[in-house]
Design a protein around this ligand. Structure first.
Ligand SMILES: *Cc1c(COP(=O)(O)O)cnc(C)c1O
Length: 241
């Protein structure tokens, strides 16, 4: 390992430490924010190393790539308990492999997707944990449920037998300013509290915060940060590994 370029283990340690510091700094309970390493585009070698560093949960964005990794670990390391989160955009014709492989889907943004995931979830697997992706601040993005439509979608999901609604997630538009980062995160926190405390949904997860806004997300009430490049390094989308 070179001194100039920290390796995976060192970067993971640093991210865990800054998350612990952020929890302390913003008066959050120690250990109350879950760190989800995002391994998209990184191959099996990187994942093997990640597991050696102690990581036991991964976020994946692409259906085929994610399912291949899940199959690999099921076969090669059947004793390892790894939790897999699908965090990419999900098209309705791709729901089946996701329902058959993953433990969580964080990007449910319409009823049709939820219905298909519930129908396609194998009977011998536990209910699929789902988050509703909320369309917040990012005018460019077409995915995500409009904030006003979230309660109705949440209600519909609770009626589906093979899904367990756990909360909401968002991917806000990037911003260079502190306030630009915090405005959508605060909006998400308000939606989360409304669902949990006023509408009495049994939810525990507010998934927001990535490498560039982890501290702001912890400050604004996140319970799960999804961190890719700060742990795994820069991604190369041209050559997956
Ligand atoms: C890629 C990705 C992340 C991680 O992003 P980084 O900036 O690399 O930390 C988090 N969430 C989602 C939905 C992603 O697609």
């Amino acid at each position: 390992m070179s001194i100039l370029k920290p390796g995976l283990e060192e970067r993971y340690k640093r991210v865990k430490q800054s998350l612990a510091d952020d929890e302390m700094r913003f008066g959050r309970e120690p250990g109350s924010v879950f760190l989800l390493p995002v391994s998209k585009t990184f191959g099996i070698n990187a994942l093997e190393e990640a597991v050696k560093c102690g990581m036991r949960a991964f976020g994946e964005n692409y259906v085929q790539e994610g399912c291949e990794k899940i199959e690999y670990f099921k076969k090669q390391h059947p004793d390892l308990e790894i939790t897999w989160h699908f965090i990419g955009h999900l098209q309705s014709n791709k729901t089946r492999p996701v329902a058959e492989h993953f433990d969580w889907v964080q990007t449910v943004d319409r009823l049709k997707i939820a219905q298909r995931l519930s129908e396609q979830r194998p009977a011998d697997m536990p209910p699929l944990n789902v988050l509703i992706e909320v369309h917040i601040s990012d005018e460019e993005s077409k995915s995500g449920c409009q904030p006003a439509d979230v309660p109705a979608l949440a209600q519909a999901i609770t009626l589906l037998p093979n899904l367990k609604l756990r909360g909401i997630m968002a991917i806000p538009a990037p911003s260079d300013t502190e306030e630009g980062k915090k405005a959508p995160l605060k909006e998400m926190y308000a939606i989360f509290l409304h669902l949990r405390d006023e509408l009495n949904f049994d939810i525990d997860t507010l998934s927001m915060g990535m490498s560039s806004d982890m501290a702001e997300a912890v400050e604004c009430g996140s319970t799960m940060v999804r961190v890719g490049s700060a742990i795994f390094g820069p991604r190369d989308y041209t050559k997956k590994e």
